[in-house]
Design a protein around this ligand. Sequence first.
Ligand code: SF4
Length: 215
Amino acid sequence: MKAKTIIQKLMKIYPSELWDFKKLEDPFECLVWTILSQQTTSKNAEVAFEQLWKKFNNIQKLASANRTEVSKLIYTAGLSAQKSNYLIKSSREILKKYDGGLKAVLKKPETEARKELMVLPGVGLKTADVILCFAGGRDTIPVDTHVFIVSRRLGLASGKTVSKVKAELEAVIPPKLRRFGHLLLIQLGRDYCKARNPKCSICPVNKFCTYYQGI
Ligand code: SF4
């Protein structure tokens, strides 16, 4: 109930363009975007994505791309040598293994699909869940650093690992609110619940927050 109340409150505060969009519905685009956005800001990932997509806008092109060239194009996203490697290797692996590309993986039962996605280079639990959630329409909640910190402070979860926090959140957030919840908790983390200095006194959900109530 508390989780639902918090998410619904955030849905009223934030404009829907921030938490209800369709831009990650293509699975390959979603994979590329999520790898680029690892350990960087959305702004930096967006610049890198735009640069990359001008030249390599499908899986065939990226699978046969030159690593140095890709690395230069995605420079703003950081870790560009590693990320270009992931992007090219994942593209090659998908082409080799699946006739229907990632769409074929997403047709499988959720647990199986997640397992197969996590075999791809650069794809961990969070990235797999982002693809399942946004491109696969599954009611799962991807847990990134913001979601991890914010949900523990709010008292929606207490686990010390991403998979434990994810399981706790999925137990309290109704399926249809999970995708929005993921995006809204990220936004709350960016705007108020910063890792070092959370702005609790002006936070819109402070009256529901375990951390703040305990101060
Ligand atoms: S009240 Fe403070 S700790 Fe709680 S969610 Fe808001 S910013 Fe984070």
